[in-house]
Design a protein around this ligand. Structure first.
Ligand SMILES: [Zn+2]
Length: 100
């Protein structure tokens, strides 16, 4: 697995942590949300709150899938597909937060 550094806190981004990618690179979930909350305009604050909860649950979902142990071989394809579907959702939510 490639190593990434968070562009906010400059610490490594490690598999098992909640993180996402923006055009600036890899970023921890908490770093991303706290940076965004500094610049978000008042009328978007509630949207940021909802979208950040959504992103956190999507990221937790990814971590849960990564944590599945002893996966039966016949399920690998299905679970890989699920993982990619949620990754896509993470990208959408990240973009929605970025555009606030
Ligand atoms: Zn960070």
């Amino acid at each position: 697995m490639a190593k990434f550094t968070c562009y906010v806190c400059s610490k490594p981004v490690i598999t098992g942590q909640k993180f996402t990618f923006t055009k600036n690179g890899a970023v921890h979930y908490y770093c991303f949300i706290s940076e965004k909350s500094k610049t978000v305009v008042e009328q978007n604050a509630e949207k940021l709150s909802v979208l950040s909860q959504l992103l956190e649950s999507e990221l937790q979902h990814l971590i849960n899938i990564l944590n599945i142990k002893d996966m039966p071989g016949e399920l690998k394809e299905l679970i890989d597909k699920k993982y990619k579907d949620i990754e896509k959702a993470v990208v959408e939510t990240t973009n929605a937060i970025n555009s606030l």
